[in-house]
Design a protein. Structure first.
Length: 128
């Protein structure tokens, strides 16, 4: 299939596909006529990239998953490098959740104080 059809089927733009190609995530095959050509495996790569990006992964973080698919694996997350990316992303998310919980506690305390309510706990934690 040509680039326009792949873009339509993947729900993206030809510009995005060219960018992925320039980053080495999408193969740069050309037919005898000079047009880019793609197949169903390329569509799988794009769907993997899109799924990961929709979950908060940046483009470079998708590379191990793409490489895993290119190596012939049925899924992009069955290779050790992909699993390492999952582990790093979970650690990053856990850290962000902790930071957000701390901010939430501070805002809750400020709201309670502003409303004239006795706070349920102090900022420093219990027993301090």
């Amino acid at each position: 299939m040509r680039i326009g059809e792949l873009a339509a089927r993947a729900g993206t733009t030809t510009r995005t596909l060219r960018y992925y190609e320039s980053r080495g995530l999408l193969p740069a095959r050309r037919g005898e006529n000079g047009y880019r050509t793609y197949d169903e495996s390329d569509l799988r790569l794009l769907r993997q990239i899109r799924t990961l990006q929709d979950s908060g992964f940046d483009l470079e973080e998708t590379r191990p998953f793409v490489d895993c698919l290119r190596a012939g694996h049925a899924e992009g997350d069955t290779c050790p490098a992909s699993l390492d990316v999952y582990r790093r992303k979970l650690a990053e998310l856990d850290e962000l959740i902790g930071e957000l919980q701390a901010v939430r506690a501070k805002i809750g305390l400020r709201l309670a104080l502003a409303d004239g309510e006795p706070p349920l706990c102090e900022l420093g934690g219990e027993g301090e």
